[in-house]
Ligand binder design. Sequence first.
Ligand code: S3P
Length: 171
Amino acid sequence: MQDLPTIILVGPMGAGKSTIGRLLAAELKREFFDSDHEIEARCGANIAWIFDVEGERGFRDRETHMLRELAGREAIVLATGGGAVMREDNRQALRERGTVVYLATSVEQQIRRTARDRNRPLLRQGNPEQVLRDLFAKRDPLYRATADLTVRTDRRGPRAVVNEIIRRTKR
Ligand code: S3P
C-alpha cells in the first residue's frame, strides 16, 4: 500500500483518532504514532502532569516540536492531539507532510468516549460538555481548513471508517 502517502488524523478528543489510526496502520502495514503518547514517552510524564507543571503553553510547545518530528517520517499513520490545529504553523506543517483526515464526531459521542478519562486536563476546566461545545465552535473550522477530507466517526464502527479513509485517499 505504498501508493498512499502519510496519513495524519486530526479531530477532537473522543473522535477515535487512536483507535482508528491503529487499525488503519495495521491494514496498511504501516507504523502508527500517536503524538500525545510520544510526548508522554519523551517527557516521562503524562499529559495531565505536563499541563499542571508547564501549563497549556508548555504542552503546546512540546506538541509543536513532536508534530514536526513525526510528520517528517515517511509513509506512517499519525494521530494528533485535539489541539494540534490551534497553531497556524502546525496546520501548515501537517498539510505539507501528508494527507490530513478530519475525524468528525458529535459532542454526545465525545462525552461518551471521554467520560472516564482523567488524562484530558481541558475537560477539568469546566463542565465537560460545555468545554467540548466551546472547543468545537473554535476548532471545527480549523480542522476543516487543515484537512484534505472529512470522515464522520459517530455513525458506524471503526472498520467502516478505516475502509472509507483508504478508499478516499488512494491516488
Ligand atoms: C487536547 C487533546 C488531547 C491532548 C491534550 C489536549 C486538546 O488529545 O492532546 O489533552 O486540546 O483537545 P486527544 O485529542 O487525543 O484526546
